[in-house]
Design a protein around this ligand. Structure first.
Ligand code: CP
Length: 304
């Protein structure tokens, strides 16, 4: 079976192919058209070991729009609470013969491990601090639709880069399509080696990074992954890394503002910007469904 475990390893043409199909799904939904039921008779299992608002519901909606049967396993209610391991849970579900397993897990590499054990397509919906490929794809699709291109754009991603699977997947996808990605955050939250993701720079100077930016993407502080590591106060963080109207004025006049969610208003982004005319945050959610329709179609669809 083919899987989608990460952006790493994809060719730019693979990404363009997925985005082109997602574009068609997004346009059809906007036009009120029903999608072809290319997943009729297929079973999609959503196996989420970590919380999710957007990703789980959009995989469910995408799969249902294409005619699949969908089962959601929010693991809080499952036998994992009784001590069953990831692999035993996966083998149990595998025995029920699903066609696609969508997995979110706190362990980096969790989706890959699962893909080696089961007889169906596996989609990584976020593995620890490693990758969140459908988020990377929906971010690039949102940018491509708003800017008309990806190549040559300056994109700034600011926040908790160290714990962000979104930062890695989105940076890789943007780099593969020719964008220039600058990462920004407090020194303690900027991991080494972001050049291997394709990032052009990693800096603590948000104001300098913003100059000439076409796109500004803000990330939340992932407190749940910090293990008591040193953190600035919220007020101090906002002062240096919060996106305010004043700061946004340093970017290009038509700069697009993004956030993968969940947002912490007043910590990494001013509410007026999140809800303002430059924000495409809700469009990201909309494109999330379209990208997941495209990925499900390509991995498990009945199209010839
Ligand atoms: N962007 C994202 O992955 O959101 P959820 O955690 O709500 O799925």
């Amino acid at each position: 079976h083919a899987h989608l475990l990460g952006i790493e390893g994809l060719h730019p043409l693979d990404i363009t192919h997925i985005l082109d199909l997602a574009d068609r799904y997004a346009d059809a939904t906007r036009a009120g058209q029903r999608a072809d039921p290319v997943l009729t008779g297929r079973t999609v299992v959503n196996l989420f070991f970590e919380n999710s608002t957007r990703t789980m519901s959009s995989f469910e909606i995408a799969a249902k729009r294409l005619g699949a049967d969908v089962i959601n396993m929010p693991v809080a209610n499952s036998s994992v609470k009784k001590g069953e391991t990831l692999i035993d849970t996966a083998m149990t579900l595998n025995a029920m013969k699903p066609d696609v397993l969508v997995i979110r897990h706190s362990a980096s590499g969790g989706a890959k491990l699962l893909s080696r054990k089961v007889d169906c397509a596996v989609i990584n919906a976020g593995d620890g601090t490693h990758e969140h490929p459908t988020q990377g794809l929906l971010d690039v699709l949102t940018i491509r639709r708003n800017k008309g291109r990806v190549e040559g754009l300056k994109v700034v991603i600011c926040g908790d880069i160290a714990h962000s699977r979104v930062a890695r997947s989105t940076t890789m996808a943007l780099h593969l399509l020719g964008a220039e990605v600058h990462l920004c955050g407090p020194k303690t939250l900027l991991p080494p080696g972001t050049d291997t993701w394709g990032a052009a720079s990693a800096t603590t100077d948000f104001d300098a990074a913003l100059k000439g930016a076409d796109v500004v993407m803000m990330l939340r502080l992932q407190m749940e992954r910090m293990d008591g590591a040193f953190l600035p106060s919220r007020r101090e963080y906002f002062r240096y890394f919060g996106l305010t109207q004043e700061r946004l004025a340093l970017a290009l006049p038509d700069a697009t503002v993004m956030h993968p969610g969940p947002m912490n208003r007043g910590i990494e982004i001013e509410s007026a910007i999140a809800d303002g005319p430059r924000s495409v945050i809700t469009e990201q959610v909309e494109m999330g469904v379209a990208v997941r329709e495209a990925v499900l179609d390509l991995l498990a669809g009945t199209r010839p």
